[in-house]
Design a protein around this ligand. Structure first.
Ligand SMILES: [Zn+2]
Length: 179
C-alpha cells in the first residue's frame, strides 16, 4: 500500500513508518510526539440510475480519467450513510432526480484501499444538471454504452452485472473483489 502520510496531523513533524508495540504492521508514527496515524480503506458510494431500458452515465470533467464515462459516485463523507452519500453524489454530479432502490454491488478494490458501493436507483425524470465534476450526463441503452471509454473497473463491473441480471429478470446483491 502507498505510504501517503508525510507529516504529523497533531504537530506537523515528519512521520516515519514503523510497527508499534503490540501491532503487526507499519503505521505512520510521528517522530516528535509519537502520535500514530492509522490508515484504513475509504468508501466510494454511488448509484446506477435507470430510466426505462437506459442507464445514466456522467463524463468526467476532472482527473483522474477526465473525459471518460462513469456512474455517479464519490467518497463517502463523515456524518452520512452509504445510501445518503450515494444520493448526494448523484445530485452533485448529475443533477438527477432518483428514487433510491437497494444496494447492488459491493466491490473491494484492495489494491488502492477502497470499497465501492453502488445502489440501484430509479430516475424520476430525464432532467439532468451536470455539476462541475461532469462534462455531460447522458442515458445509454446497453448497446450504446461506451465500454472502451469507461473510467473505472467498478463502473464496468456494475454495468455488466446489471445488464446480465436484467436479462435474467432478477437483481441480486453482488460482492466481488476487483483485482
Ligand atoms: Zn506529532
Amino acid at each position: 500500500m502507498p505510504r501517503s502520510i508525510k507529516h504529523c496531523r497533531a504537530c506537523g513533524a515528519a512521520v516515519s513508518y514503523r510497527t508499534p508495540a503490540d501491532d503487526n504492521r507499519d503505521r505512520a508514527t510521528c517522530t516528535a510526539c509519537a502520535t500514530i496515524h492509522y490508515e484504513n480503506p475509504l468508501n466510494v458510494v454511488g448509484t446506477l440510475p435507470v430510466w426505462q431500458d437506459k442507464v445514466l452515465l456522467c463524463r468526467r470533467a476532472i482527473e483522474p480519467r477526465r473525459g471518460l464515462w462513469t456512474l455517479p459516485a464519490g467518497f463517502m463523507e463523515l456524518g452520512e450513510s452509504t445510501a445518503a452519500g450515494a444520493l448526494r453524489e448523484t445530485i452533485e454530479e448529475a443533477g438527477a432526480h432518483v428514487e433510491m432502490l437497494g444496494l447492488y454491488t459491493l466491490l473491494n478494490v484492495v489494491r488502492v484501499g477502497q470499497v465501492h458501493l453502488f445502489y440501484r436507483a430509479r430516475l424520476l425524470d430525464t432532467e439532468f444538471d451536470p455539476g462541475p465534476e461532469s462534462l455531460e450526463v447522458q442515458l445509454f441503452s446497453e448497446a450504446d454504452v461506451p465500454w472502451p471509454e469507461l473510467a473505472f473497473r467498478t463502473t464496468r463491473t456494475t454495468l455488466e452485472l446489471f445488464f446480465a441480471d436484467r436479462r435474467a429478470g432478477s437483481y441480486g446483491v453482488h460482492a466481488l473483489d476487483i483485482t
